[in-house]
Design a protein around this ligand. Structure first.
Ligand code: HEC
Ligand code: HEC
Ligand code: HEC
Ligand code: HEC
Ligand code: HEC
Ligand code: HEC
Ligand code: HEC
Ligand code: HEC
Length: 439
């Protein structure tokens, strides 16, 4: 029989052992959590040593962000991007080195030719020029530049010498910015400097700064409503956003983001920096028109959908979408445009845009409600299709535009207006391709 003494000792030392093991385990847990994610150390090239040392004090966050980037692990430092030639209009000598603050798409093209070519050929690069077309007149009347229109569309950046940039034109992160070296666009419109994180570029937030707001560019609003957006929010951690390759159906499958459908790779398509590559329509103008070569572009989009859906689901969805666009065009957009042209021809409107109420009515019809409805239909947002789209288009057309036009010139609307019945109906899909035979 054991005495109380040794028994107590055994219990006490067992307890102590248990406590010690707990401490060891929790210490190791903390250590692993604290250990930075496995990343090769930044490589600081000789030319960058002075920049990194001094900027580590004057702008420490920029240096930390750069250290987190893949560029840093590959030894691509401050001088590789900011280094400038004498003929660059924005160049200046900075602590003995000729640099420029702006790193334009042309600067990135030294190492990223393909992305540069695609981006420069896209409508993104022309967003400043195109702002002057279509609803562009609104810029001159209500535009709050440079922070408003140009914050998204881009400014023409003017270098005034010795590294000075005209403060009414820079900073600017617009997608169609015109740089002092003449190149168009800004790679950091989507890529965040200085980490240039792929995870962030692939997330819808990278596009949402500009593609947001249901009165002008409603893609993000629609996406948020859609089931795709809901799944992205809920399954964010399963999206594998930081992966080196990001092929839909292979590297991730939880949900598509903007990049998935418009830019990123599929098993048979590479990444593209021309966001127009997969679009069948252009949904922005008064009347939507098919893109040149639209069948191939549509096929490219369908190829994305087919990584997650079956052929009939996808083809039928596009049948519904095309019918919506045709109905909007035929029943509202074309008559509205004809009425406005007739009013102008007959001298009922001044030549200046946006100085008469009906011009705002017309704008609300096609640019706001009309764009909302069409984008809702393109990207699976039923609320934007119906209540913020089709219903608003019809309400503005029948209860505002027609009465206002009649007040200006009685009888002017009659030749253009049909009964109100649908002009186009959802057509039955073309005979389905043989099951199993993919387009
Ligand atoms: C001795 C400190 C020092 C060194 C070395 C240095 N910088 Fe700077 N840099 C600054 C300071 C301070 C500013 C803030 C602007 C100012 O007051 O001139 C600045 C500003 C800048 C800007 C912004 C210019 C603008 O117009 O907004 C860039 C880009 C830049 N530095 C890049 C570099 C690069 C690239 C190198 C290495 C080739 C470098 N710097 C070396 C201190 C330094
Ligand atoms: C991969 C290219 C790249 C590298 C590498 C790089 N930068 Fe930049 N940097 C940019 C871009 C792009 C901008 C934004 C310019 C614009 O929009 O006009 C920028 C802007 C800046 C600015 C001015 C904007 C601000 O926020 O004040 C400073 C300062 C700057 N960089 C410093 C540095 C320093 C220091 C390093 C090295 C640690 C560095 N950069 C490395 C691409 C780069
Ligand atoms: C001197 C060459 C050079 C310049 C200039 C340069 N890059 Fe890079 N960039 C690279 C290299 C090398 C890689 C790494 C490629 C790899 O490892 O697959 C890279 C990778 C990237 C990546 C992928 C990052 C990741 O996490 O995988 C992005 C995005 C990128 N660069 C954007 C830019 C942009 C935008 C500019 C201009 C502002 C720019 N780069 C300027 C050489 C350069
Ligand atoms: C409209 C937004 C957008 C703009 C503007 C943009 N990028 Fe990208 N970029 C992306 C997205 C999204 C990815 C990730 C694609 C993927 O891997 O799924 C990416 C990926 C990259 C990569 C990694 C390689 C690859 O193809 O996956 C490089 C390099 C790159 N971009 C360079 C650039 C350069 C250089 C510019 C300017 C000429 C630029 N990007 C402008 C959105 C953009
Ligand atoms: C929040 C960002 C943002 C602001 C601010 C903005 N736009 Fe836009 N704009 C866009 C986007 C994004 C598109 C593309 C259409 C879409 O996504 O719905 C667009 C499209 C356009 C188009 C159609 C271009 C075409 O190819 O048909 C014109 C014209 C236009 N905007 C003019 C303006 C004017 C003028 C202003 C200022 C009064 C302005 N925008 C302010 C983001 C913006
Ligand atoms: C800095 C603002 C900005 C950002 C960021 C941006 N866009 Fe755009 N985007 C625009 C503007 C402005 C237009 C209209 C261009 C025009 O005038 O035709 C546009 C047009 C488009 C178009 C229509 C292209 C065509 O050929 O008709 C698509 C698709 C698009 N953007 C997708 C994206 C995606 C996907 C992202 C994110 C990966 C993104 N955009 C990021 C501003 C932006
Ligand atoms: C599930 C795929 C999918 C997702 C996710 C998606 N889009 Fe789209 N998007 C489409 C399709 C399909 C169209 C219409 C294509 C056509 O015209 O044939 C479209 C059209 C557009 C247009 C209109 C271009 C024009 O003609 O004016 C813009 C802009 C756009 N998308 C931007 C975005 C942005 C920004 C996001 C993320 C917030 C996004 N898209 C998410 C599939 C998608
Ligand atoms: C990364 C996978 C993925 C891609 C790519 C994708 N989808 Fe989806 N889609 C889904 C998932 C997941 C759902 C939700 C399914 C459910 O209801 O559980 C969904 C739902 C839908 C719905 C039903 C929406 C609703 O409100 O019920 C439609 C329609 C649709 N997708 C069409 C498309 C089209 C068209 C494309 C290509 C332009 C596309 N999807 C691309 C994954 C994807």
């Amino acid at each position: 029989m054991m005495t109380v003494g040794p028994k107590r000792w055994i219990v006490a030392s067992l307890g102590l052992l248990f406590l010690l093991s707990l401490i060891v385990v929790s210490y190791r847990e903390i250590a692993t959590e604290r250990r930075p994610t496995e990343r090769p150390r930044p490589v600081v090239a000789a030319a960058d040593r002075v920049c990194v040392d001094c900027h580590g004090r004057v702008t420490p966050s920029i240096v930390h962000q750069w250290e987190d980037s893949r560029h840093a692990t590959r030894g691509i430092g401050c001088a590789a991007c900011h280094g400038a030639k004498q003929r660059d209009p924005d160049a200046f000598v900075h602590y003995g080195v000729r640099i420029a603050a702006i790193v334009s798409p042309l600067d990135c093209s030294r190492c990223h030719q393909r992305e540069f070519r695609e981006q420069t050929g896209s409508r993104h690069a022309d967003a400043l020029a195109l702002m002057r077309e279509n609803d562009g007149d609104v810029a001159r009347f209500v535009g709050a530049e440079p922070l408003g229109c140009q914050g998204c569309h881009g400014a023409r950046v003017i270098a005034t010498g010795a590294g000075q940039l005209d403060p009414t034109t820079w900073p600017n992160g617009g997608i169609g910015r015109i740089n002092p070296d003449g190149s168009k666009g800004s790679c950091s419109a989507c890529h965040t400097r200085h980490d240039f994180s792929l995870a962030l570029a692939r997330a819808p937030e990278a596009c949402a700064k500009c593609h947001q707001g249901d009165d002008h560019a409603p893609a993000m609003d629609v996406y948020q409503e859609s089931k795709h957006g809901a799944r992205f929010r809920e399954m964010h951690d399963e999206m594998n956003l930081g992966s080196s390759t990001w092929i839909v159906g292979r590297d991730y499958y939880a949900a598509p983001t903007c990049a998935t459908c418009h830019m990123s790779a599929t098993p048979s398509q590479p990444v593209t920096h021309d966001v127009g590559t997969r679009l069948g329509w252009t949904l922005r103008p008064v009347v939507s028109v098919r893109q040149a070569g639209w069948e191939d572009k549509r096929d490219a989009m369908v190829d994305v959908c087919l990584q997650c859906h079956a052929d009939q689901w996808v083809q039928n969805y596009f049948t519904q979408f095309d019918a919506f666009v045709e109905d909007y065009n035929g029943r509202f957009a074309m008559p509205a445009r004809q009425i406005m042209e007739a009013l102008r021809r007959k001298g009922a409107l001044t030549p200046a845009p946006f100085d008469e109420p009906i011009e705002y009515t017309y704008f609300a019809l096609w640019s706001q409600a009309g764009r909302r409805g069409r984008m809702g239909a393109a990207m699976m947002g039923p609320y934007f299709v119906q209540w913020r789209g089709a219903y608003e288009v019809a309400r503005v057309f029948y209860s505002e535009l027609l009465p206002e036009a009649e007040r200006l010139r009685p009888g002017i609307t009659a030749p253009f207006v049909t009964t109100g019945a649908r002009v186009t109906r959802a057509r039955r899909p073309a005979p389905a391709a043989t099951l199993g035979e993919r387009r």
